[in-house]
Write a protein that binds this ligand. Structure first.
Ligand SMILES: [Fe+2]
Ligand SMILES: [Fe+2]
Length: 387
């Protein structure tokens, strides 16, 4: 966002007076001088940039802090109870914004044993990565039970709620496209389930058998073609880690990507395209000893360590990651991955806005060879065609 006062380089009294005159008319000068020299301006960059910074949140620092919120805040309505018990991840480059990247908001959510959240709905879509504990989520008419390392996707605006079905704390990471929706003025949230729907409860219940979407789509790929039966597959999807891991391992001998190893996208089962209109979700394996080459692209990525450990180099920074660590790769910054284990694969999930920039015809990627020379540079790579 261009801030008018940051751009105001008027120096003479007459210029400053003119600036005030413009501001009084809700106008502003749209040019700047720097000691008479024309230099690249932060708001008219010669390369795509934004303020998002690389950052890593270590699970070892986080777990106890997140669980502490359970003593301070309840889930539900009234008193010290809140709709959701969440702790947001704030990108240091985005000042005090509730944003992990310029397009995504992310939070850690805690649900204690026996708790469930009220139903609510919102236009931002959401993905949830399960850190630990066991629980369920209900979206519209359907419920799935999830386990650690699974991902659940919730589309735009269905009623949904979550609950803990185990004996231990349930912790997961929510990622939503809230900053983008807010920027466009289309973020809308509804919390009063009972008053909006006439229900006596503050939550809704599913009408389909538990795990119905999984049984239907993941296993059989069969879809009813009769009567009024209809399912909106863009509303709800569940990636089970057990199955994702099996698929990744089955591709271990493939050449894979020079830049990402074995990279699989969690897709919309009906369209084959991205899981959400603004959100791409990937699961990924770096084989033992694998070091990728460096690339950069016009999409922002949030990674979650799943199994094993690895190192990521982002610009001039490097981070070691372990399971449940969360880290961010900003747009258009060179990065590559390394798995230093000679025995164990390293697994990550990632959520990016690649599908969004691709839809804007603005997905661009550059790749380096082993010597560090740029070998390819293109807009809209072939594999993004379906985004
Ligand atoms: Fe929600
Ligand atoms: Fe990348």
């Amino acid at each position: 966002m261009i801030k008018i006062e940051e751009l105001n380089h008027f120096k003479t009294d007459e210029q400053k007076k003119y600036h005030q005159k413009l501001r009084g008319l809700n106008l502003a000068e749209g040019y700047s001088y720097d000691e008479g020299e024309l230099k690249p301006r932060p708001y008219w960059p010669t390369e795509p940039v934004n303020n998002v910074e690389p950052c890593l949140w270590q699970w070892s620092d986080l777990h106890d802090v997140i669980c502490e919120s359970g003593r301070l805040v309840g889930v539900g309505h009234g008193g010290l109870k809140y709709d959701r018990r969440v702790i947001a991840l704030t990108n240091p480059g985005l000042e005090d914004q509730y944003a992990i990247t310029s397009s995504f908001f992310a939070d850690f959510q805690l649900i204690q044993p026996g708790e469930s959240t009220p139903s609510h709905r919102h236009t931002p879509c959401a993905s949830r990565f399960i850190f630990e504990g066991s629980g369920w989520t209900i979206v519209g008419d359907e419920r799935v039970d999830f386990q650690p390392k699974d991902i659940v996707f919730t589309g735009q605006n269905p009623w949904h709620n979550h609950g803990n079905s185990g004996k231990d704390d349930l912790l997961f990471l929510d990622i939503l496209d809230i900053p983008l929706m807010q920027y466009l003025g289309i973020s809308k949230w509804e919390f009063d389930y009972w008053s909006i729907t006439g229900s006596k409860e503050d939550h809704h219940t599913p009408h389909q058998a538990n795990n119905f979407p999984n049984e239907l789509y993941t296993k059989s790929h069969l879809r009813p073609r009769f009567g009024s039966w209809k399912r909106n597959s863009t509303n709800f999807a569940h990636l089970r880690w057990e199955e994702a891991r099996q698929t990744l391992m089955a591709m271990e001998q493939e050449k894979g990507s020079l830049y990402d190893g074995i990279l699989l996208e969690f897709t919309n089962t009906e369209t084959g395209g991205s899981i959400g209109p603004t959100m791409s979700i990937f699961t990924q394996m770096l084989r033992p000893g694998e070091k990728t080459l460096s690339h950069r692209h016009t999409s922002q990525t949030i990674y979650i360590g799943v199994e094993g450990s690895g190192k990521i180099f982002i610009g001039d920074k490097e981070y070691d990651w372990k399971p449940n660590d969360v880290f961010v790769v900003p747009s258009w910054v060179w990065h590559h991955h390394e798995n230093h284990s000679s025995k164990s694969p390293a697994f990550m999930h990632s959520i990016s806005d690649a599908t969004l920039t691709a839809k804007l015809n603005m997905y661009r990627e550059q790749q380096k060879d082993i010597e560090g020379q740029i070998v390819d540079s293109f807009w809209q790579s072939e594999y993004l065609r379906n985004f």
